[in-house]
Design a protein around this ligand. Structure first.
Ligand code: C2E
Ligand code: CA
Ligand code: CA
Length: 740
């Protein structure tokens, strides 16, 4: 049961939303990762290049040393002056000069015997011994070079050509940890003018420190930032210096330029901004998508909801109700319980609607639905199947007692006054109940049975519930058969005839007019009283046709007679026809009856409809001269106010008053006041159903102007009426009305 529309967020949309968001996030991350990776690659390559630069620069530094040395050591003068131990010359051209000019940190000029002839350090004289720290790196290499030279010049007279290219050039580490390039070259003549026998060669050795100034200089020259020596590094930006055997003796490291990373950092604000803008747009787009799709869903759900629910009351509509009933039946078929189906009808809804207005009617229907929903459990469904037609289906009923208990509860809930526009309105309901198991009857049949029961509840006087039983069907079937017979009878009209019951003037006792009463001479059933077929004709709409025939018949009779007037009963149903006045006036024209000889008898219900059509119809007829009598006065709402509003010509006090008027003084008083009021309003008053003299006298004394009843005359056939009129004319009947 639903009284308000549920909006459920569709899971698919939410899933799409999150998936898209995740995808967007992944894409952005992937992009960032890609950039990062590419930057890493670029930077790694840049570092490799820097490493190559460092290596090349160092190699250059190292390889320059023997070239520097050869500039002075391959020279005739050098050979001669070293042999002569010419210290000044050696200082100016070899040791001191070389150290100062080329920046070799230490230069040793060494005699063939291995003695230091002259040492220089940082451009200045440094004695004739090895600096102790250099010993370990120099001596083995000096010995090695000597061996090579001896081998190369073995057996030669002059060693120059054989050893000119020999030398040692290696990197090594001193005991204090500093890294040095060591280069040893032989001092050789530059021409053949000077001979040098093997073993007599002097050597020149340079020790160049790979120190901060050198690294700084490389840094500046090649744009390598912060090149410096470290003991050990795992850094990518590093270069290992190796000794002659290939062992790493030192590591150099620097601050890599990392161009890509730098670029990334430099452009970071812009990139982040762009990403943010992108991400925001994606999120905004997604939110827009989400809300749009939610809106769509909502409207789709609404459409679906209203496709299955009555928009006014929120109750299930016929489609949903049918579906629920089918579901219940299938389920009960398996579960072996029973289904309760209740057809609910508001008694006299049309009158209430007409009297209070449509808005109030809607409000009433809404509240009825609410009460039903409130009263019933979850598994029950309340449906609105028509204007004022509700139905309830509830599965899982285990006994008839339970079903009846539920119905009684529903009736109780509906009995309490409804508050419409702040005023209480009491409405009664008729309930038709079917209790079936899912297996033995069809879906249509259970609906039909509830309807049959509803019909029975109404027929029994409304404001009750009736449980279906088969005998109801019997009477329904009979009714249906009767309807068909009525229809046929109306086609040939052979079986209908009219009786006329005279209505007498109370004072004179003369026949004032007659009331036409229809009779059906049924070929099998015999004479059918109108009470048994008028309501059927009204239900089936056949009353229009029947009423038209009666009117024509009565008017034709009246024209042919000397009767002052004829009264014809007009059903409330006939008043729904906007053409009614036209049709009656047409009959008057065709039959030739003067309008003022026709009286129509209507019931209070007609006036209560308060509809403009009724108003117009009555006004037109009265303007034409037709009189209007209010039949069965006193049985309905009997409001004096509408008598004024509609200007009725006559009141017919109901038979029930006549029956009680003798014994019940209150009734007598009521009749008197009705008569007085009628007189004041210029209306005449007929008392119906006079069966004995006492009633006649009393009612006449109470002020009724006309009298009608079996005592005075039963309804007569046309022939009987003609005879009576003739008799009456001759004064034979006047004795009945002897003055009291
Ligand atoms: P009604 O309009 O109140 O008609 C008066 C009814 O009271 C008639 O019943 C009449 O036979 C009966 N009656 C008259 N005097 C007495 C009496 O002293 N004692 C008793 N107990 N009854 C008396 P009837 O002919 O059976 O008609 C019943 C109802 O059927 C009528 O009640 C009227 O409402 C309806 N009816 C009859 N003919 C027509 C018709 O042509 N058109 C329409 N729409 N309704 C008709
Ligand atoms: Ca009547
Ligand atoms: Ca009547």
């Amino acid at each position: 049961m639903l009284s308000s529309m549920p909006i459920t967020r569709n899971r698919v949309t939410t899933q799409i939303f999150w998936a898209s968001l995740l995808l967007g996030f992944c894409l952005v991350s992937a992009l960032a990762a890609c950039l990062w990776w590419a930057a890493g690659r670029i930077d790694a390559r840049a570092i490799a290049e820097e490493r190559m630069t460092v290596e090349a620069a160092l190699r250059q530094e190292m390889e320059r040393i023997p070239i520097d040395q050869d500039g002075s050591a391959v020279w005739d003068d050098a050979v001669l002056n070293v042999r002569n131990n010419n210290q000044d010359w050696i200082a100016d051209n070899l040791a001191d000069w070389m150290s100062e000019f080329f920046g070799h940190n230490r230069v040793y000029v060494i005699s063939p015997e291995g003695r230091v002839i002259r040492a220089a350090e940082d451009g200045a004289y440094a004695g004739t011994t090895y600096k102790p720290i250099d010993v370990s790196v120099l001596l083995p290499r000096l010995a090695q070079l000597r061996r090579q030279m001896a081998e190369a010049s073995l057996g030669l007279e002059d060693s120059t050509a054989a050893i000119a290219d020999l030398g040692v050039l290696e990197a090594d580490r001193l005991s204090d940890g500093s890294v040095v390039f060591v280069s040893i070259r032989p001092v050789v003549p530059s021409s053949s003018n000077v001979l040098q026998s093997p073993g007599s060669e002097a050597l020149i050795a340079s020790v160049k420190l790979v120190d901060v100034p050198m690294l700084t200089e490389i840094s500046e020259r090649f744009g390598i930032k912060n090149l410096h020596q470290v003991h050990y590094t795992k850094d990518e930006a590093a270069f290992r210096i190796r000794d002659g055997l290939g062992h790493a003796i030192a590591s150099l490291t620097w601050t890599p330029a990392r161009p890509a990373a730098a670029l990334l950092v430099e452009t970071a604000p812009a990139t982040v901004g762009l990403l943010l803008v992108g991400l925001t747009s994606v999120v905004a787009l997604l939110i827009w998508l989400l809300t749009t799709s939610l809106k769509l869903e909502k409207s789709r759900e609404q459409t679906a909801y209203f496709a299955l629910h009555d928009p006014l009351t929120g109750a299930a509509n016929r489609i949903l109700f049918d579906r629920k009933l089918r579901e219940a039946m299938n389920y009960e078929f398996l579960a072996r319980a029973q289904i309760l189906l209740v057809s609910i009808d508001l008694d006299h809804f049309k009158e209430i609607n007409d009297a209070l207005g449509h808005a109030a009617g809607d409000q009433l229907l809404k509240e009825v639905a609410q009460r039903l929903m409130f009263e019933l459990p979850e598994e029950a469904t309340v449906g609105r199947l028509g204007g004022d037609e509700f139905a309830v289906v509830q599965p899982g009923i285990i006994s008839e007692g339970q079903a009846l208990w539920i119905c009684q509860r529903l009736l109780n809930a509906l009995e309490k006054p409804f508050h419409i526009d702040d005023s209480p309105v009491v409405v009664t309901f008729s309930l038709g109940v079917a209790l079936e198991d899912g297996a033995s009857v069809s879906h249509e049949e259970i609906l039909r049975r509830a309807d049959v029961a509803l019909y029975a509840a109404k027929a029994e006087g409304r404001d009750r519930f009736k449980l279906y039983n088969e005998s109801m069907d019997q009477s329904r079937r009979e009714k249906r058969a009767l309807e068909i017979e009525l229809r046929n009878a109306l086609l040939n009209k052979q079986e209908f005839y009219l009786q006329y019951q005279p209505i007498f003037a109370a004072r004179s006792g003369k026949i004032a007019g007659v009331e036409a009463l229809v009779r059906w001479q049924h070929p099998i059933r015999g004479a059918m009283p109108p009470d048994q077929f008028i309501s059927l004709a009204e239900e089936t709409g056949l009353i229009d046709q029947l009423g038209h025939w009666v009117m024509g018949e009565a008017c034709r009779m009246a024209v042919a007679s000397e009767l002052p007037w004829v009264a014809v009963n007009v059903s409330p149903i006939q008043f729904r026809d906007p053409q009614l006045a036209d049709k009656i006036l047409e009959i008057l024209v065709q039959s030739g009856l003067a309008a003022d000889r026709l009286e129509i008898e209507i019931t209070e219900g007609v006036l209560l409809q308060n509809s403009p059509i009724v108003q117009q119809t009555l006004t037109r007829l009265r303007e034409a001269g037709v009189r209007v009598a209010l039949d069965d006065f006193g049985t309905g709402y009997s409001s004096i106010s509408y008598l004024r509003a509609y200007a009725v010509d006559k009141l017919k006090i109901d038979q029930s008053f006549t029956q009680l008027v003798i014994e019940d003084h209150a009734i007598a008083r009521i009749v008197r006041s009705i008569a007085e009021m009628a007189e004041a309003l210029g209306m005449s008053v007929t008392a119906e159903g006079i069966e004995d003299e006492a009633q006649r006298r009393t009612l006449a004394n109470l002020g009724c102007t006309h009298l009608q009843g079996y005592l005075l005359s039963r309804p007569l056939t046309g022939t009987q009426l003609t005879a009576l009129l003739a008799e009456h004319h001759s004064g034979a009947l006047v004795r009945l009305f002897a003055r009291d």
